[in-house]
Design a protein around this ligand. Structure first.
Ligand SMILES: Nc1ncnc2c1ncn2[C@@H]1O[C@H](COP(=O)(O)OP(=O)(O)OP(=O)(O)O)[C@@H](O)[C@H]1O
Ligand SMILES: [Mg+2]
Length: 683
């Protein structure tokens, strides 16, 4: 038999029993059961003890954990009694005071000042009790002049206590506030900026579209969101479906804007400047692009026009300079030919050759004239004139020339206003326009010439450099091949021609341009390839009376008598003119400039009948010399020579009435007849 449980053994000993054998068998079974119970209770106790050991260890560990958490937490934990009395604090960085001053252990949290904070807690505590649930509140107070903000969560505890967890949200609140304000500002800019502000995702779909974008491109925001750039405003070349976003030419970012031709909802093409910024996420991956754009179409147009005007001006100056030199050369060439021919008898050797040289010289002189007309440096003889008269004359002259398959229609307005221009020049302009029109219609067509009085107002669709006012319009229209945009940019430039070699020199429209400008008018062209061309020439309408007709020049050579003071800086010209005048019988006093001329006249004992001077002289100019000479010799007649109206041009190409100017190149016969007339006529 096994040994009995020690406790049972002790009990039996107390009763004087040392062995179970002394007991009757029935008792033995009972004692065995008691022994079992003792043993079982041992097992139970051991288990209980072990479990108690364990749980207290776990409790200690959990407690440690809790303390660590409390200490590490930036939040403040406050335990409140059921009536709100602060029982204890835990956690929270000591530098930060989470509750207003005066909230100490033993005080009731709902009674702390300021009242706004206290009231908050009072209300929250009541709610926690009522609902037995967590309640959140936010409160703020000034701490040493700094406005602070907190968030508190109140949790019901078992024993009617309340745990308050307070978190300092001052920084977060400030950041959120700053973000809100910056967002507000951004929205304001976005809404108010005159620039189109658009945001795209990487599929080039619109994410944002501001009011300026609505104005510039014509699409309302709602119409654009989620749609692709190429469906809306991008020309296919810039942005095609499926192109890699980062490689798209639109996605050039950086400081410099890119210029793109866009289209608007109505299909109009506009030029825009774009400033793009890639948008990246936190990891640096491109998520889209923010763009700012503005419409620079008008600026581009103005710039192009300015460049065009500057180019014309530069070419004009160049052409004028060349023409000036050529006129002197041609005066010499033609003059020398004439002098030579005068010495030769008809049929003599060299006479034919000299005639050829002279003819070539004259052709060159014609070209120079057109160049000068273009550069607006030609001496014009403007007068009040009737455009209808020129149209009638040119029509008579050209009607046979323009060919049978071209129908010529002229419409001359009745009571057409007068204009102030040089009729000879206007005639040349019209002839060129008509010849151009005919050339543009090799297979026939219709050429119409029309004059009209027109009132231009600001409302007319004309370039903005055109001044409103009363004009006389000359319209030359054809149904020919038309002019494309690229060609149109150049047609007024000298030597620009699309005609084959030998057919055109490209001076016609250049000359027309110069003459119309010098007459203070405008020349506009409207054309479409294949549908014909219309040139409109506008001349300011004049209401003055027709001045007396200018002196007519007799032809032929006269026997001259008298002394001519010749002032010309070009040696060759001076030489030819001197010889021509001497042959005709005049006495010539040649001088190279004004100063020498005055000195020469001062020294000359006899009479000086005529001052024949170049207009453009080095130093003192021709007109100044004339005034000085008139003071020295009051009766002296004056005659100017010029190939180049630079000075006259400065006065808009208009000469003082009564001034006679011999236009270079000067042929000996015109020279002598003009000199003769000046000397025999009035002052
Ligand atoms: N009515 C028109 N229709 C089509 N093109 C024209 C017309 N008028 C002018 N042009 C174009 O303008 C160019 C310049 O004309 P412009 O009169 O200045 O020179 P040109 O006729 O070629 O030569 P030039 O007049 O000196 O003999 C022409 O070559 C032609 O291309
Ligand atoms: Mg022409």
């Amino acid at each position: 038999m096994r040994e009995l449980h020690s406790l049972l053994r002790r009990q039996l000993k107390k009763c004087g029993l040392t062995s179970l054998d002394e007991l009757p068998p029935a008792w033995r079974a009972l004692l065995a059961a008691v022994d079992d119970a003792y043993r079982q209770s041992d097992v139970d106790r051991r288990m209980l003890e072990r479990s108690l050991d364990l749980s207290s260890e776990e409790l200690l560990a959990a407690n440690d954990d809790m303390r660590a958490l409390f200490d590490a937490s930036p939040d403040l934990f406050v335990r409140l009694a059921a009536d709100g009395t602060i029982l204890d604090y835990r956690g929270g960085s000591s530098a930060v005071s989470f509750l207003p001053g005066g909230a100490a252990v033993g005080t009731r949290i709902q009674e702390v000042a300021p009242e706004s904070v206290g009231a908050r807690f009072r209300e929250a505590i009541a709610r926690v009790r009522r609902d037995d649930a967590t309640v959140e509140i936010e409160y703020g107070f000034a701490d040493g002049g700094r406005q602070r903000r907190f968030e508190a969560r109140l949790l019901p505890l078992r024993n009617r206590q309340i745990m308050v967890i307070v978190r300092d949200i001052t920084e977060a609140h400030r950041a959120a506030e700053a973000l809100r304000r910056s967002e507000q500002r951004r929205r304001l800019h976005f809404q108010q900026t005159p620039l189109a502000a658009i945001e795209w995702n990487v599929d080039f779909q619109v994410v944002e579209w501001n009011p300026a974008a609505e104005r510039i491109f014509g699409y309302r925001r709602e119409e654009t969101l989620g749609r692709h750039a190429w469906e809306l405003i991008m020309p296919p070349a810039t942005c095609t479906p499926g192109t890699d976003f980062a490689r798209n030419p639109m996605v050039q970012t950086g400081d410099n804007p890119i210029t793109v031709e866009n289209r608007t909802k109505s299909g109009q093409r506009i030029v825009c400047e774009w400033y793009n910024t890639l948008l990246v996420d936190g990891a640096g991956a491109v998520v889209g692009m923010a763009s700012l754009a503005h419409d620079v179409s008008e600026r581009t147009r103005l710039k192009e026009r300015l460049e065009q005007a500057q180019r014309m001006e530069a070419i004009g100056r160049l052409a004028g300079g060349i023409a000036h030199d050529f006129n002197n050369l041609l005066t010499t060439i033609i003059g020398a030919c004439d002098l030579g021919l005068a010495r030769l008898e008809r049929g003599m050797p060299l006479a034919d050759e000299l005639h050829d040289v002279r003819r070539a010289g004259e052709r060159a002189a014609d070209l120079v004239k057109q160049l000068l007309a273009f550069s607006r440096q030609q001496v014009l003889e403007p007068k009040i004139m009737d455009l209808n008269q020129v149209v009638a004359e040119v029509e008579k002259m050209l009607s046979r020339l323009i060919g049978e398959d071209v129908e010529l229609v002229t419409r001359r307005a009745a009571s057409l206003g007068r204009i102030r221009a040089d009729p000879g020049q206007i005639e040349q302009v019209l002839v060129n326009l008509m010849v151009n029109a005919r050339d543009a219609m090799p297979d026939g067509g219709r050429l119409s010439i029309e004059t009209a009085n027109v009132e231009l107002t600001a409302a007319d669709e004309l370039p903005d450099y055109v001044q409103p006012g009363s004009y006389v319009r000359l319209r030359v229209a054809d149904t020919g091949v038309g002019i494309d945009d690229e060609t149109r940019k150049h047609i007024f430039e000298p030597f620009f021609t699309t005609k084959e070699k030998g057919k055109g020199t490209g001076l016609g429209l250049a000359m027309a341009y110069g003459i119309v400008k010098q007459s203070e008018g405008y020349i506009l062209v409207d054309s479409e390839p294949g549908r014909g061309t219309t040139f409109d020439l506008y001349f300011p309408r004049r209401y003055e009376e027709q001045p007396e007709s200018d002196a007519t020049r007799p032809e032929g050579t006269q026997e001259g008598r008298g002394t001519v003071l010749l002032v010309e800086d070009d040696d060759a010209v001076r030489d030819v003119v001197t010889r021509s005048l001497e042959i005709s019988g005049y006495t010539v006093l040649p001088a190279a400039d004004a100063e020498k001329a005055l000195e020469l006249a001062g020294r000359h004992a006899g009479a000086v009948d005529l001052l024949l001077t170049d207009w453009m002289l080095p130093g003192m100019k021709g007109d100044q010399l004339a005034r000085a000479m008139r003071r020295q010799r009051p009766g002296i007649k004056v005659l100017f020579m010029s190939g180049y109206a630079e000075d006259a041009y400065a006065r808009k190409g208009v000469l003082e009435p009564g001034t006679v100017v011999l236009k270079k190149p000067i042929t000996p016969s015109v020279l002598t007849s003009t000199v003769h007339q000046a000397l025999s006529g009035g002052p």
